[in-house]
Design a protein around this ligand. Structure first.
Ligand code: 5GP
Length: 185
């Protein structure tokens, strides 16, 4: 066990179970005869997105990917959000489901929501794996939430710290001692 991680935040089985439930709910909510466009926010949501969409079985969906600037190696939100890679299709009139790894201050999702709504989708739903409720600075309506967590920095299941830990199949807490010396970088 690496000393910088607390391994017991959310284990593999709990993730699997909860993601399956979210997928079922999303499928139930798809309007009759529609093909939803599921949008993955890279990089953090890639593992969640892959599991979520596969748990939807053989339901017809389309997938798109977008990248936004995020924390880098810091643990506090700068409030500055930039789309570094946009989705490649017109979403006007489409039923869009935005899939994000974690909502913290809400700034990132709020920004993305505004941008996407301006493109006039038929509907826009938001799905997040993790919700740090206590850290919220702007309210964003979220339709599907995997887990509410404490205001701690987590890694694994797609989430990184300085590019590491994305491959871990569970969620761990990164101890403050692992990053407090580099916080000002
Ligand atoms: P917000 O804009 O809501 O403050 O932050 C959203 C983004 O910050 C997430 O998409 C994610 O990239 C990053 N983030 C927030 N909290 C954490 C965390 O605990 N761990 C990791 N790895 N990233 C986080």
């Amino acid at each position: 066990m690496e000393p910088s991680l607390e391994y017991d935040e959310i284990n593999y089985n709990d993730l699997k179970h909860r993601v399956k439930m979210l997928a079922q709910k999303i499928v139930e909510d798809i309007p009759e005869g529609e093909i939803p466009l599921m949008v993955c926010v890279l990089k953090g949501a890639f593992v969640f997105f892959a599991d979520l969409t596969r748990d939807m079985g053989d339901v017809m969906i389309e997938t798109e990917f977008m990248s936004v600037s995020s924390y880098g190696d810091e643990q506090t939100s700068s409030g500055v959000v930039e789309i570094t890679q946009d989705i490649g299709v017109n979403i006007a009139g489409r039923h869009v489901i935005l899939v994000e790894d974690i909502v913290d201050t809400g700034l990132t999702l709020n920004y993305l929501r505004d941008i996407l709504l301006r493109r006039e989708p038929a509907s826009l739903r938001i799905c997040v794996l993790l919700d740090k409720v206590a850290a919220r600075e702007v309210e964003v309506p979220i339709d599907y939430i995997g887990f509410e967590i404490e205001n701690v920095f987590v890694v694994g299941y797609g989430l990184d710290y300085a590019g590491h830990y994305r491959n871990h199949p569970w969620i761990s807490v990164l101890k403050e001692s692992a990053y407090k010396d580099t916080e000002s970088e």
